[in-house]
Design a binder for this molecule. Structure first.
Ligand code: HEC
Length: 181
């Protein structure tokens, strides 16, 4: 009788151990351990100096001085500014605030690094359109890159919108307000 009891105990112990091992196995082999492709990470290296068809060269963050000299190909029409404002509302407001005033006007900025006031006249004069376009496409010191979310063209629209918020942009701003109630 004693041996039967021990045998049953052994069976139960073995089954429990097996189930524990399954849980432990699944715990360490979850989704985060599987091979995955991170946005911006290439699975193969591209030959140097090539550009995909139908695309344009992305100037890396380290060459901001080169990017700063690229002229803005998009005219700051009310339509362009309205589109830029829409994209800004989607991607930038969480950090930069609804009026691009920076500081902690954006809900994320209260938990992150407060961004500068983009409507500031001195900053607006100091930066070229190309500089800000590069900031949007490849990111800043801590600001994330938006080259995957926005096309280069859309980034220029956003730059046009930001310009409309600066000194001298008031006329363009009223024009968009009228165009987009
Ligand atoms: C996660 C928060 C965050 C988001 C989202 C974000 N930014 Fe920024 N941005 C920052 C911070 C922080 C700085 C200042 C520090 C730095 O340079 O990285 C900054 C700086 C800037 C600058 C100033 C560059 C300069 O020094 O002249 C511009 C322009 C800018 N952002 C535009 C945008 C636009 C346009 C978007 C939306 C496409 C955007 N940002 C989205 C956090 C953000």
């Amino acid at each position: 009788m004693k041996y039967v009891f021990l045998l049953v105990l052994l069976c139960i112990g073995g089954a429990a151990g097996l189930m524990g091992a399954i849980i432990a196995y699944r715990w360490v082999h979850d989704m985060t351990q599987t091979p995955r492709i991170v946005p911006g990470e290439r699975v193969f290296s591209m030959p140097a100096g090539v550009v995909p068809r139908g695309a344009e060269a992305v100037i890396p963050r380290e060459q901001r001085d080169v990017a700063a000299k690229v002229p803005n190909p998009v005219k700051a029409s009310p339509e362009s500014i309205a589109l830029g404002r829409a994209r800004f509302g989607t991607f930038c407001v969480p950090c930069h605030g609804p009026e691009a005033k920076g500081g902690v006007t954006g809900p994320v900025a209260t938990k992150f690094i407060p961004p500068p006031d983009l409507t500031n006249g001195d900053l607006q004069r100091q930066r070229t359109d190309g500089y800000w376009h590069s900031y949007i496409v490849v990111g800043g010191a801590v600001m994330p890159a938006y080259g995957e979310a926005l096309s280069s063209q859309e980034a220029w629209h956003v730059v046009n919108y930001l310009r409309s918020l600066g000194p001298g942009g008031a006329a363009a701003r009223t024009a968009t307000r009228a165009a987009k109630p």
